[in-house]
Write a protein that binds this ligand. Structure first.
Ligand SMILES: [Fe+2]
Length: 149
């Protein structure tokens, strides 16, 4: 049976995932090149801004559950199951594919956290995660629809 502590740990992973995916999306906003530069530069900006906003909501939910929020970016990255960038700049399509895959990982972890919150009747966490899941599904759809095939 999940407890408040395990829900907070699940939220910490969702926070770490959001942090790493925020950073990757922002770096793609800077480094994307090619004929679709303007469209992708703007799409990535829209997404990194949304994720930046959600970091605050997730961390404050962790605090609401009485658990300490991360004190360092290292702690955030360690809690993440999404990998950070390596040093090579990917092509525009590889950026899109990487982000689609990372949003899928984000969604799997968030859905696991939502199930556990539901088991213990933590409606506040369920509500937050449901809203964020819909937002990440929409971002994933936009990214997938931008891949050239
Ligand atoms: Fe910018």
């Amino acid at each position: 049976m999940a407890t408040t502590e395990t829900i907070a740990q699940k939220l910490l992973q969702v926070l770490g995932n959001t942090y790493v995916l925020y950073g990757k999306t922002h770096s793609y906003h800077w480094n994307v090149t090619g004929a679709r530069f303007h469209a992708l530069h703007n799409l990535f900006e829209e997404h990194y801004r949304a994720m930046w906003e959600s970091l605050d909501d997730i961390a404050e939910r962790i605090r609401t559950l009485g658990v300490t929020a991360p004190l360092s970016t290292r702690e955030m990255a360690e809690a993440s199951s999404i990998k950070e960038n390596d040093n090579a700049v990917p092509s525009a399509d590889t950026m899109l594919q990487n982000l689609v895959s990372d949003h899928t990982t984000w969604l799997e972890d968030a859905e696991g956290a939502l199930d556990e919150a539901s088991d213990v009747g933590d409606t506040g966490t369920e509500d937050l995660l449901s809203t964020l899941i819909a937002a990440h599904e929409k971002m994933r759809w936009m990214l997938k629809s931008s891949i050239d095939d």
